[in-house]
Design a protein around this ligand. Structure first.
Ligand SMILES: [Zn+2]
Length: 255
């Protein structure tokens, strides 16, 4: 029998057949995998916990010809904080969706695994929007897609003034000379500087970051459009988060 272990996060969990779930796992060693968890929708199943979205577990899988099957799962962390607050649930969903969209099957990406795991833990104590933004900027960096920020993506000139054009097609901020060539939206240089900070700030210092409502709005749109352009897919949970999550996250923001 071809059995193998995967130390993995559940990044997608869909109903499948009568009582099964089709899981998308993101494994530390091997990257994205698809596997069927059989019978887990039956109330008596002992494997239910390991088939829940966001769970971090050690999976024992059986290699199938077309689809692998979960033989056993031992949950290490179920992240209850991701389920008891709508903003956190939305941010974790957005992180999981972007990780899925940005990667291909069975390509090892251990840095992305660690980043996602860290962000799920961080969501217990850091503003959800901030965690989602950090995740997306760092994922882009790991995959070699970082947006140019503060310099013109077309000609390289340092951007002056208060605002730049942010153009996903150009690959980041665009100077006033080049802006006629691209579509995009204005992005203030304050937000640009904040995004650069998020790319590099140490985890321990993330909690101390401060930003304002308009920066959040600008950054949310810029990142969504940029990721959708780069990965050529619509990010459904990101659009949903904008509609539902906007209100309550105001409480935690300062500045
Ligand atoms: Zn330029």
């Amino acid at each position: 029998m071809a059995l193998y272990h995967a130390d993995a996060l559940v990044i997608r969990s869909r109903e499948y057949g009568e009582s099964d779930r089709l899981l998308t796992l993101f494994a530390r060693e091997s990257g994205k995998l698809h596997a069927v968890a059989k019978g887990v929708r039956k109330p008596t199943s002992r494997q239910r916990a390991g088939a829940q979205l966001f769970t971090y577990a050690d999976f024992l899988l059986h290699k199938g010809r077309t689809l692998d099957t979960v033989t056993q799962s031992s949950p290490k962390e179920s992240f209850p904080h991701l389920w008891n607050d709508l903003d956190r649930t939305l941010a974790a969903t957005a992180i999981a969706e972007l990780l899925d969209v940005a990667t291909v099957r069975e390509e090892p990406q251990p840095q992305l695994f660690t980043l996602a795991l860290t962000c799920f833990f961080l969501l217990a104590e850091v503003n959800p929007f901030l965690v989602q933004s950090i995740f997306s900027l760092r994922l882009l960096g790991i995959l070699g897609y970082s947006p140019r920020l503060g310099e013109c993506a077309e000609c390289g000139a340092v951007i002056k003034g208060d605002k730049a054009l942010f153009s996903p097609t150009a690959g980041g901020t665009v100077c006033s000379e080049c802006r006629g060539l691209f579509n995009g939206k204005p992005l203030s240089l304050g937000t640009v500087a904040f995004m650069r900070q998020l790319e590099h700030t140490e985890w321990q210092k993330v909690k101390r970051l401060r930003w304002s409502a308009w920066m959040e709005q600008e950054m949310r749109e810029a990142l969504q459009q940029y990721c959708e352009e780069k990965f050529e897919k619509s990010l459904r949970s990101w659009r949903m988060g904008k509609e539902i999550g906007g209100e309550s996250s105001n409480n935690q923001r300062e500045g």
